[in-house]
Ligand binder design. Structure first.
Ligand SMILES: CCCCCCCCCC/C=C\CCCCCCCCCC(=O)SCCNC(=O)CCNC(=O)[C@H](O)C(C)(C)COP(=O)(O)OP(=O)(O)OC[C@H]1O[C@@H](n2cnc3c(N)ncnc32)[C@H](O)[C@@H]1OP(=O)(O)O
Ligand SMILES: Cc1cc2nc3c(=O)[nH]c(=O)nc-3n(C[C@H](O)[C@H](O)[C@H](O)COP(=O)(O)OP(=O)(O)OC[C@H]3O[C@@H](n4cnc5c(N)ncnc54)[C@H](O)[C@@H]3O)c2cc1C
Length: 609
């Protein structure tokens, strides 16, 4: 499809989905499922996941009563317009202004520079009638920082932009199809006025007289919508990883190369240890991310209930966990999808493998909802704060509880003696805890050598990100182990999940061996025992690998991959797909008479001479 056709088709699908949701009707969970089967980014994502939650989280009761019924019935369509041409990560650096005018009781929204243009918001370019806009609030000449406002963008009769608003689509993005179904947009305000009651005022307020009343709760609650979406992105990472792994695993069982003496049957590529060493950790990651996603959902629900009761104690941890796990899982999944493409050899590069589009549509997850490095630095700040409070009497809780055992974890030596010890959950956990704590403490020690903490932080950014990743990996491993300790129906299933859990943990040890050795969390002998155990786990997973991806229960239609077909009938179907290509509509291609024939004839003539 052309961009225009793709966009229009996505509108058609979205509206059909909305009709089904209402007519059947579907529950919230079923609607989410439908979103997955729709399988295309579109304006509904931003309306439901960001616009509505922003009003719910930051609006007053009156604002919710006014706007939510309209939004819930989709009588208005909204998006989340925060990022600008000049600033995305640095939210405090946004330039759009919202100046209160006491004469008219309105805010005047203005884009003072080109870099202040809103740039990127999904659904903004062509669809949304409304947006939650983030702008600097100015009253009486004083800048109070960034706040949210509900703004109507387009005329409700003919969809034209309201006077004072310039709006459009930012253009084609990475890949063919992929995220191009979405109208990511730009927007400029030219002294555009909105009534005062359209500032989202649950947190801070502006009175009729123009007095600014700051929030009596943490101002970071304004970032709540991002926290909520980051949490869902972790579960989505598992879905995308599982999809790629399903394709690569099934195809690896079908594909044969080498290994036959005298013309016998060749080896299935899945039997090569190198293939297993690249594929099975990704299979394990798909399961690991699912379990940590379930746990994160619980954490998010818990913090939301606490916030409603004005208990803000766990907000920093919820922020650190959602930011860090969003970052870690999306980076691993993007890399994993690309690895799956390579695991499928040349055919993985074909569009009909399903992998190129999956990669193109998935990879912006490393950037949207917070650049992955910027988010890990938030985790690092949280860790440095936690380390600095050790010994102050305030015991670290939740995912940093292990830091409370700093004395032991800083000096303990791993008691792994034989390969099977690497299947001991306590030993594995302690290894990850020791590595994470030692990396964090080492950063904190290095930081303390700087007179200026911020300057030290800047200098040590790369080390801080590594320490943050180590902490996030510990969370994933520990939540997988907790899952195994819970009720799992069927001993066989439990055994398979156990194998995957230890593959996940041991492959991380192998991948980040430098960290584990340099922090003395393990010795090189213990590292080689881990490798030995890993190889043995691969052998145990091998006979069940295809069943473990069938368990994701993805239909062929959803996978959209010739290589990942359930029936394994890959080669005839590759031919079928090739023959569908428009280039094969004619035997002699368009352009032959114009370019190829004259070229060949010229050679023939010169040959005769
Ligand atoms: C084959 C075809 C396949 C097709 C498949 C299709 C399937 C597609 C899959 C996808 C499916 C669904 C996807 C989901 C849909 C959603 C779509 C998403 C669209 C994206 C939307 C966006 O991107 S919106 C914009 C997001 N922007 C950002 O994330 C900006 C990042 N920046 C920030 O968050 C902040 O600026 C910052 C955290 C980096 C820094 O903030 P600030 O400068 O204010 O703060 P400080 O650093 O000074 O910190 C101050 C203290 O505040 C704490 N803090 C910061 N943030 C928070 C928070 N959120 N909550 C709580 N506390 C917070 C910070 O830690 C500091 O604390 P102290 O140190 O204690 O002071
Ligand atoms: C597909 C897609 C959809 C989007 N949808 C929306 C939307 O609906 N609404 C919306 O408001 N926004 C949206 N965005 C914007 C998105 O949220 C931002 O692009 C994202 O937050 C990253 O910000 P940035 O572009 O400013 O990156 P930058 O911050 O400019 O990042 C550039 C580089 O600088 C590095 N960097 C930046 N700051 C630091 C630092 N402090 N320390 C170390 N390194 C740093 C980053 O790691 C990165 O390598 C979308 C983006 C994409 C790609």
């Amino acid at each position: 499809m052309t961009r225009k056709e793709l966009f229009k088709n996505t509108l058609r699908k979205s509206v059909h989905a909305w009709k089904l949701i209402n007519e059947l009707p579907l529950s919230d969970d079923e609607s989410l499922m439908l979103r997955h089967f729709m399988d295309q980014p579109g304006f509904l994502d931003l309306h439901w996941r960001m616009f509505v939650p922003a009003i719910k989280g930051q609006g007053t009761e009156e604002q919710k009563q006014k706007w939510l019924p309209l939004a819930n019935k989709m009588q208005i369509i909204g998006c989340y317009a925060q990022t600008e041409l000049g600033h995305g990560s640095n939210v405090q650096g946004l330039e759009t202004t919202a100046t209160f005018d006491p004469q008219t009781d309105q805010f005047i929204l203005h884009s003072p520079t080109q870099t202040s243009s809103k740039w990127w918001p999904g659904g903004l370019g062509k669809v949304s009638t409304h947006a939650v806009i983030y702008a600097r609030l100015i009253t009486d000449g004083k800048d109070h920082g960034v706040h949210g406002f509900i703004v109507q963008l387009r005329n409700m009769d003919d969809h034209s932009p309201l006077p004072g608003i310039t709006i459009g689509d930012i253009g084609v993005k990475f890949g063919n199809g992929a995220y191009n179904s979405m109208d990511n947009g730009f927007l400029m305000f030219d002294k555009f006025c909105i009534p005062r009651d359209q500032m989202l005022m649950r947190l801070s307020k502006v009175t009729r007289e123009g007095k600014y009343v700051p929030s009596d709760v943490p101002r970071q609650l304004m970032y709540g919508t991002m926290v909520s979406v980051r949490q869902t992105i972790v579960s989505n990472a598992s879905i995308a990883m599982a999809r790629a792994v399903c394709i690569a695993t099934r195809y690896s069982a079908v594909r044969r190369q080498f290994g036959s003496q005298n013309g016998g049957i060749e080896t299935q590529v899945i039997d090569y240890k190198t293939q297993q060493n690249r594929l099975f950790p990704l299979l394990a990651s798909a399961y690991a991310f699912r379990f940590v996603g379930e746990w994160l959902k619980w954490l998010y629900t818990d913090v939301t209930q606490r916030l409603e009761a004005s208990d803000f104690a766990t907000l920093p941890e919820a922020h650190a966990c959602t930011a860090g796990l969003k970052s870690m899982t999306t980076s691993a999944t993007s890399d994993g999808i690309e690895e799956c493409r390579k695991l499928c050899g040349g055919h993985g590069y074909l569009w009909c493998s399903g992998l190129p589009e999956l990669f193109a549509v998935y990879v912006p997850a490393c950037t949207y909802e917070g650049d992955n490095v910027v988010l890990q630095l938030q985790v690092a700040r949280f860790l440095m704060k936690t380390v600095s409070q050790l010994g102050s009497g305030k015991a670290p809780a939740g995912t940093t509880a292990y830091m409370g055992r700093a004395k032991h974890l800083l000096q303990c030596r791993s008691s792994i003696r034989k390969a099977e010890d690497w299947l001991n959950p306590a030993m594995v956990l302690e290894t990850f805890e020791a590595r994470a704590l030692r990396m964090a403490v080492s950063c904190a020690n290095n930081l303390s050598k700087f007179e200026n903490q911020e300057q030290g932080f800047s200098e040590l950014l790369a080390d801080l990100v590594e320490a943050a990743i180590a902490h996030c990996q510990l969370i994933v491993v520990s939540k997988f182990i907790v899952k195994l300790e819970g009720e799992i129906k069927g001993k066989g299933v439990k055994n398979q999940l156990k194998n995957l859990c230890y593959i996940y943990a041991l492959h991380l040890i192998h991948k980040h061996l430098g960290d584990f050795l340099s922090t003395n969390s393990i010795t090189s002998e213990q590292a080689s025992l881990a490798n030995h155990q890993l190889r043995s786990l691969y052998t145990q997973v091998r006979p069940n690998a295809v069943a473990l991806v069938d368990a994701f229960d993805y239909t062929d239609h959803y996978l959209g991959s010739v290589l990942g077909r359930y029936d394994g009938n890959v080669y005839p179907k590759l031919f079928e797909e090739a023959l569908k290509d428009p280039l094969n509509d004619t035997v002699v291609p368009d352009g032959y008479h114009e370019y190829i024939r004259p070229l060949i004839k010229q050679h023939l003539r010169s040959a005769r001479l």
